[in-house]
Design a protein around this ligand. Structure first.
Ligand code: ASP
Ligand code: CP
Length: 316
């Protein structure tokens, strides 16, 4: 199996068969992880650098774990204590790491397109770990794997993605992946948090949870991405208050009752409990698969590293 290029910059452009194959490989890594076995030969002699210009818990840790489980040498660059603080640019930083013969460069940046820019300048395979409001491809893959494990398929399922769609790269990557795989995707939120023209991606818009959640198989809650909003006040000035947002758009068991009886609750994390999701529901093991999403994150990143290492320039 090969990706269209030697990088993973987004879901855009990935053929359904490639997505299915990646999920199959990730599934095999999920089983291996559960059995406690590792395959340290896959990335032996390879170097992976995590270059995170934005905060992360899940993505950075799981790429580190994935790299180590496959036998790579893994370096986590701490951007705040790097020479970036002395004014070194993104490109110079990347060129410096490239000169150290890094094979896989995992990049998170606040600017959309930053990983794509780096991909043109370095020999390493670049993996987008989240760029601004653009894409977060491994998140969409791990979400799809989690859904597929529970529902046995993706095609024909109805997925309601709720909350701050406008500022979310998770929403964008999920919209691309889920529509590509034949899902029915509904976006649910107040007009200020839904980008205009998004219907052209093959989704439907709902401004109430009542219509958005009715009969859904999956309900995915998203955090208000206040770090990407300009105003001050609750929700970057876009919502009257967190309490009001929760009343209308917060996912709780009453609203979930509108969905199918076996509908699953998802959230990419980090959660703001009591804002976009009720704490009790997030922790309800009969409905919430949030922890499994984190577990699948390691498996999906192992699959992505494995596949990219087959085409990556061998620097060592
Ligand atoms: N962790 C995800 C991201 O980095 C979602 C979020 O932060 O709310 O996009
Ligand atoms: N879901 C996600 O990307 O989490 P982090 O921001 O903690 O990496």
């Amino acid at each position: 199996m090969q990706l269209p290029g030697r990088h993973l910059l987004g879901i855009e452009g990935l053929h359904p068969a490639i997505i299915s194959n990646l999920l199959d490989l990730a599934e095999s890594y999920a089983l291996l992880n559960r059995s406690g076995k590792t395959r340290r030969d896959v990335l032996r002699g390879r170097t992976l650098i995590n270059l995170f210009f934005e905060d992360s818990t899940r993505t950075r840790t799981s790429f580190e774990l994935a790299g180590k489980r496959l036998g790579a040498d893994v370096i986590n660059m701490s951007v705040s204590t790097s020479s970036v603080s002395k004014g070194e640019t993104l490109l110079d930083t990347a060129a410096t790491l490239n000169a150290m013969n890094c094979d896989l460069l995992v990049v998170r940046h606040k600017s959309s397109g930053a990983p794509a820019l780096l991909a043109q300048k370095v020999d390493a395979a670049v993996i987008n770990a989240g760029d601004g409001m653009h894409e977060h491809p491994t998140q969409a893959l791990l979400d799809a794997l989690t859904i597929r494990r529970h529902k046995g398929r993706l095609e024909g399922l109805t997925i309601a993605i709720c909350g701050d769609i406008a500022h979310s790269r998770v929403a964008r990557s999920n919209i691309l992946l889920l529509t590509t795989m034949g899902c029915i995707v509904r976006l649910v939120g107040p007009p200020v948090l839904i980008p205009t023209g998004i219907e052209q991606f093959g989704v439907t818009i709902h401004h109430t949870m009542e219509t958005g959640l009715r009969g859904a198989d999956i309900v995915m809650a998203l955090r208000l991405q206040t770090e990407r909003m300009n105003g001050t006040g609750p929700g970057g000035g876009l919502i009257p208050s967190a309490r009001e947002f929760f009343t209308f758009y917060g996912l709780d068991s009453d609203k979930l009752a509108l969905a199918k009886p076996d509908a699953l609750v998802m959230h990419p994390g980090p959660m703001n409990r009591g804002v976009e999701i009720a704490s009790q529901l997030a922790d309800d093991p009969t409905r919430s698969v949030i922890r499994e999403q984190v577990e699948m994150g390691v498996a999906v990143r192992m699959a992505v590293l494995d596949v990219l290492s087959r085409t990556a320039n061998r620097n060592v």
